[in-house]
Design a protein around this ligand. Structure first.
Ligand code: ATP
Ligand code: MG
Length: 319
């Protein structure tokens, strides 16, 4: 039995959320936070709350934001032996605002923060590589240190027979860097499970119809499962040679869309790592994504199985 079900690595940050839709960054306003955040951390929290054995590699500063994040990961039962505490750089931060049309803008301070200083020694990497799945977020491929670490980890996970899932999580602000773009393409080539949003797939397909891009990825790359996330319109799962499975979204009252994709992925991979059939894993993932948007704050909408089963039951089970 591998030591961990799921290993994740990448940015850990404190997030501040603008209180009002339409609130601006260039005039004073009120923000809620700090909330523990970072796409891989949201994913990890969701997977751990569902009972998966999860380990995290990352770095926070020696400050209160670092305490906030480490306390949260620990409370969720996540192994944090590979989470460093930088003595020089502060914990990474992000500010998010919602435009009137619902689109989000971010201001990240990651490059010059502890988040960009993650480092794990060979013994630490070997310990983490003893897992069923390594999950990678495209948003994590934003510093040379993170790109190198995830590369080394992926190589070791492969050598031990583990599998890799990848959510490209493309943010225009981060994708301007050619090294980040190249690393995202490498991870797409190398993953077993691919979890793009509609916007991520559009970035890859350059105007080609979605279904054709997905078919091409399944035919020409290593991946054997693609789950396309369509926010309030649900999701669609594709496997080689099979008809696409459409998964409807659970109708909920959306209060904060941040974290939906990460919770969806965390629930999906926790269920697959536990050996659940794809249909059931997709149902849990859809419920986790729906639950996530009902809470303000990136990780505040993570859920355990009992919460998801209640949400599914309240909608009559089927989706
Ligand atoms: P993120 O902003 O976290 O990167 P994403 O773009 O990766 O999100 P989404 O498609 O927004 O992912 O959300 C993932 C899944 O969560 C959806 O496929 C859907 O199942 C569920 N979901 C998202 N938004 C809603 C909503 N408003 N109502 C119900 N379910 C939702
Ligand atoms: Mg996403």
């Amino acid at each position: 039995l591998p030591r961990f079900d799921i290993v994740t690595a990448g940015e850990l940050l404190a997030e501040f959320v603008a209180e009002r839709p339409g609130q601006r960054f260039d005039v004073p306003g009120r923000f809620q936070g700090p909330f523990p955040s970072g796409a891989p951390a949201i994913f990890a929290s969701q997977a751990a709350r569902m009972g998966a054995r999860v380990a995290y590699a990352g770095c926070v500063g020696s400050d209160g934001f670092g305490d906030l994040i480490l306390d949260r990961l620990t409370a969720d039962g996540i192994d944090t032996a590979a989470v460093g505490r930088d003595v020089e750089y502060p914990t990474g931060t992000a500010f998010v605002r919602y435009r009137d049309d619902g689109d989000r803008d971010f201001i990240f301070n990651l490059t010059h923060s502890a988040a960009a200083r993650l480092d794990v020694d060979d013994a630490g990497l070997e310990r983490l590589a003893d897992c069923r799945y390594l999950h990678v977020m495209g948003s994590s491929l934003s510093s040379p240190a993170a790109i190198a670490l995830i590369d080394r980890l992926a190589t070791r996970v492969r050598a031990r027979g583990g599998r890799i899932s990848f959510d490209p999580n493309i943010r225009a602000e981060l994708m301007a860097d050619p090294a980040t773009r190249a690393a995202v393409l490498t991870r797409i080539d190398d993953c077993d499970v691919f979890l793009p949003s509609e916007a991520d797939l559009a970035w890859l397909s350059h105007g080609e119809p979605e279904a054709e891009t997905v078919a091409r990825l399944l035919d020409e790359r290593r991946m054997s499962l693609v789950v396309l996330k369509r926010a309030a319109r649900g999701s669609e799962a594709f496997t080689s040679g099979h008809a696409a499975r459409r998964v409807a979204a659970y109708p909920v009252d959306e209060r904060d869309p941040t974290g939906a994709g990460d919770c969806f992925g965390g629930a999906l991979m926790a269920a697959l790592a536990a050996g659940e059939p794809l249909e059931r894993a997709l149902q849990l993932a859809s419920a986790a994504g729906a639950h996530a948007v009902t809470r303000v704050g990136p990780m505040e909408g993570c859920s355990d199985r009992a919460t998801l089963d209640a949400l599914i039951a309240s909608h009559g089970g089927a989706r």
